[in-house]
Design a protein around this ligand. Sequence first.
Ligand code: NAD
Ligand code: TDX
Length: 340
Amino acid sequence: MKLLITGGAGFIGSNFVTHMLQQHPEYQIINVDALTYAGNLKNLESIENHPNYTFIKADIRDVTAMDEVFSKGVDVVVNFAAESHVDRSILEPDVFVKTNVLGTQVLLDAAKKYSLTKYVQVSTDEVYGSLDVSGLFTEETPLMPNSPYSASKAGGDLLVRAYHETFGLPVNITRCSNNYGPYQFPEKLIPLIISCALADQSLPVYGDGLNIRDWLYVEDHCTAIDLVIHEGVNGEVYNIGGNNERTNIHIVKTILQELGKPESLISYVQDRPGHDLRYGIDPTKITTELGWKPKHSFETGIKETIKWYLDNKDWWARNQSSEYQNYAARQYGSRLGDSL
Ligand code: NAD
Ligand code: TDX
């Protein structure tokens, strides 16, 4: 199989490239990534010389570049490439629409032109909007995105659906809950809290810290997508989640306890506008129809993740980059008095 992975230098994409080369060493893997602030080839050092792995620096919005990649022969595409951070989408929605909607459409056109056998769109539970204290997201839950990020992901999903209905493109959409694990950019909650706590900096908790996310270890997301590529029924959506709901403040306190740092570092700051209260995935469809089961409990996954960040300080030290500093100043400056 010739498998094209877009966004394979990011957090989940790089874990997925490595997973696929380990599980299916005979597959040819092409990784296309524009290397935005979130893409890092260091994530792929362990497999960069694998004979069946090729990296191409290109933008999914670039029609000519994508045509060239697809024209060399691709069987399956898995689209991870996206702008992925909600807070950045509130500061600058423009690039979210361009990459997450228009970029998806460029890939769909190429998949159609070259008659791919499968197009998998890696989407998110955030397209369903926010839950109250009860209930779970199923594949039938209406799309009600609340942030420019989730709206752009929903836009991409609707195009994928339309290419299946109109052109018969063999597609699947996966909608996963919050991921955590190695190589997550330290702008997202878990690595942000770990890196700030290690530097004895204030930990910015939005609002009252009682918003709930449903956490899944990244390797479990990778095994689910692997299964969808091979077993997914064309046209179907699969929710992915491991029933691991936690409040944000619980996550922050767990990390502080593991690191032996004081709770006095916690700083409750101005809330995220449009902040979704709760996400919770009902994974019944993928577990019963495709036989997927997560392997990692939250308790072991978070310990492994903290250990990885402790062992890889050089990797995340890049949050000292000027790009990140500029973003952090805009995002947290007035919230934390410029302490980040
Ligand atoms: P990430 O921000 O870590 O990585 C995104 C990657 O896409 C980067 O390598 C970046 O360089 C690349 N990219 C961005 N724009 C591009 C473009 N125009 N052309 C080519 N490459 C481009 O994101 P992530 O957290 O790994 O998320 C990957 C996918 O999974 C996204 O589609 C996201 O919506 C989805 N998702 C993420 C989570 C999560 O918790 N992180 C949960 C569910 C779904
Ligand atoms: O500084 C912070 N303080 C804080 O309290 C940050 C960055 C976040 N938070 C809160 C907001 C959320 O309730 O923590 C929770 C998690 O925030 P993020 O890590 O930004 O993730 P979230 O907004 O839930 O979105 C993530 O999960 C779904 C990914 O970033 C998306 O790409 C994915 O689709």
